[in-house]
Design a protein around this ligand. Sequence first.
Ligand SMILES: Nc1nc2c(ncn2[C@@H]2O[C@H](COP(=O)(O)OP(=O)(O)OP(=O)(O)O)[C@@H](O)[C@H]2O)c(=O)[nH]1
Length: 241
Amino acid sequence: MDSSLEFSNSLGSVSSLLTRCRTFKVLVIGDSGVGKTCLTHRLCAGEFPCRSEATIGVDFRERVLEIDGEKIKLQLWDTAGQERFRKSMVQHYYRNVHAVLFIYDVTSPASFSSLTSWVEECRQHSLGQDIPRFLVGNKSDLRDPKKTDSQVSQERAMSFSKAHGMIFFETSAKDPPKKGTSGQQGSRQALYQQDNVEDIVTAVSLKLKRQKKLLTANSLAYSGSFKLTNKKAEKEPMTCC
Ligand SMILES: Nc1nc2c(ncn2[C@@H]2O[C@H](COP(=O)(O)OP(=O)(O)OP(=O)(O)O)[C@@H](O)[C@H]2O)c(=O)[nH]1
């Protein structure tokens, strides 16, 4: 009797390891109107929302992926860009963060200039340098090669990302073009590299998966993300972590 109990217990722990799903909190910050809501919607639901309103406080969206046989849940915190809608919430945003997405609008140099204050806000909330940071230039579908002065160049963004230890992407939540395409066919402007939204999700997940140090430091935060397999659970979709 004892040995069969022991056997089923060990089977239970093996299957719990197999169905383990780690949850990572990913903070999405940037000026109001840069497209944080649309981008997180696209990242999680796979589509551009038909309408979006200014975020008040925070919205949560989740995406579950399987990386090298392991389930990873990204919990995206789409925060309000407007100061009046974020004031009382800021402390909560920065608690137990595992990664940060800094978003700007490629057609708004002002939103790019604001990035320094977003970086500063992270510093003020003691966000360690070991927390992975990603810089995302959104609305690349609106790039106009004739208006380079009023847009944020990829060179400028790349040098900012390098200086701040960020991984850089340029994309469009609305209409991500295929990699290596130019903004205007046949134009003399240099080609600009644009990324698919999916590339961002994969990069964030891979980076987080490799952050072994984080796992140990925040092991308590994951305690709710483990469960034993049973027949019912096996039939459930992967999104049930
Ligand atoms: N053309 C284009 N428009 C976009 C894109 N992403 C967002 N928008 C538009 O930009 C506007 C603002 O988008 P939101 O996602 O609400 O911006 P936000 O950063 O969440 O704004 P707050 O909630 O105020 O912080 C909306 O009209 C969107 O339709 C994009 O990739 N391309």
